[in-house]
Design a protein around this ligand. Structure first.
Ligand SMILES: C[S@@+](CC[C@H](N)C(=O)[O-])C[C@H]1O[C@@H](n2cnc3c(N)ncnc32)[C@H](O)[C@@H]1O
Length: 364
């Protein structure tokens, strides 16, 4: 049997970051988060993984197994808030970042990635004292590499940008805004447009057709409309008043620039957000028909999941749409980590194994 590299995911969320590595054949041996819907979702879609619910600040490196690769996306909301105010507690903003680096130092994986929002590129220190990482030894820990990537350049139907810090080989870009000669010979494909996702799905306000099939917009997988979850119903619908307010925010804002209303379906989607405020400028808006009436809606949870490159049959565990949108919106679009995972396999001299695109869902 071909060798499989092992992986650990800190702050695993619903599992988008790991999903890219799973598709490249990595063995996800351990994942952790302190939010129950995240743990339940991760475990359901990754039944072979030891998934541990814990606060990373309480977790001990001695209780975490060894792995070839460690990935993790420590949230840094405090940090961004403090940056805006200018007087925030910089150290407090970095607590989860330094905790993550503590594990990297202790567990010493061959490859590791820390994922953050790109604005951290300017402010994230590249070098920490070991004391700052909670290690009682003299010396320093240096982050070897910091680079910002755009998910659309790797085939995601979304323009999300992410900062990857760590030790990892560069992923090979596959897509570009306009098809053009690539750096490595051959040509980049054109960015995948949001329309490709939205038009892959049946009308969310209709009923699933008993014989209808839906083709995953990102992968070679089909599901029947009857099996399609998180799509049908009214959860994506905006009231006319919400749509009106959203439009005003986008086309007539007193000091921010003009934005498209509804969204331009011929480009990759803007960043999928974890919180869906119907009237916010960040919210994506799609024009739709409900019966004969023109209405406005957000992407459904399933469409948002496809924009984040989750396979069509990935299951999200949550009691309400808000929780599921948050699970989806928090994620790294799997196509970006998949490209990094392939570069790691190449560096390790391992042929990418054949892996089922379907997540191996635990039977309920
Ligand atoms: C940005 S999300 C990670 C998303 C994930 N990488 C993915 O691609 O799906 C950050 C996660 O960190 C978790 N988290 C925040 N603070 C934590 C803490 N102190 N201990 C453990 N998990 C924490 C949150 O519950 C959330 O699921």
């Amino acid at each position: 049997m071909a060798k499989r590299l092992t992986l650990i995911d800190f702050f695993c969320g619903a599992g988008g970051f790991s999903e890219g590595f799973r598709q490249a054949g990595f063995d996800i041996v351990y994942a952790t988060d302190f939010w129950k819907p995240a743990i339940d979702t991760f475990q359901l879609n990754n039944p072979g993984t030891e998934v541990v619910r814990a606060d990373v600040l309480q977790l001990d490196a001695a209780d975490v197994p060894h792995a070839d690769v460690i990935i993790g996306g420590p949230p840094c909301t405090e940090f961004s808030g403090s940056k805006r105010g200018g007087h925030g507690d910089f150290k407090k903003g970095l607590i989860l970042v330094t905790r993550y680096l503590h594990f990297i130092y202790k567990l010493k994986p061959r490859w590791w990635i820390m994922e953050n929002v790109p604005r951290l590129l300017q402010s994230l220190p590249h070098k920490f004292t070991l004391k700052e990482l909670g290690i009682d030894e003299p010396g320093y820990f240096e982050i070897p590499k910091l680079k910002v990537f755009t998910a659309a350049d790797f085939g995601a139907p979304q323009k999300r940008t992410r900062l990857f810090s760590g030790r990892y080989p560069d992923p090979i870009q596959t897509h570009a805004e306009t098809p053009q000669a690539s750096l490595f010979g051959g040509r980049y494909k054109k960015w995948v447009a949001m329309r490709h996702v939205i038009e892959s799905y049946p009308d969310p306000f209709g009923k699933p057709s008993p014989n209808g099939m839906v083709k995953d917009p990102n992968y070679d997988i089909d599901v029947s409309e009857l099996e399609l979850t998180d799509h049908f119903g009214d959860h994506s619908l905006m009231s006319m008043e919400e749509a009106e307010r959203n439009k005003r925010q986008k086309v007539a804002h007193p000091y921010y620039g003009k934005m498209k209303f509804p969204d331009d379906l011929d480009r990759p989607a803007r960043t999928v957000m974890a919180t869906q405020f119907n009237a916010s400028r960040e919210t994506m808006v799609i024009e739709a028909k409900r019966g004969r009436k023109t209405v406005y809606r957000k992407p459904t949870i399933r469409e948002a999941a496809s924009l984040q490159c989750y396979p069509i049959n990935y299951k999200f565990v949550g009691n309400n749409p808000t929780t599921k949108y948050k699970l989806v919106g928090n994620s790294v679009p799997a196509k970006l980590p998949y490209a990094v995972a392939k570069a790691i396999l190449e560096e390790a001299g391992i042929k990418p194994p054949r892996v089922a695109l379907n997540p191996p869902i635990q039977s309920e």
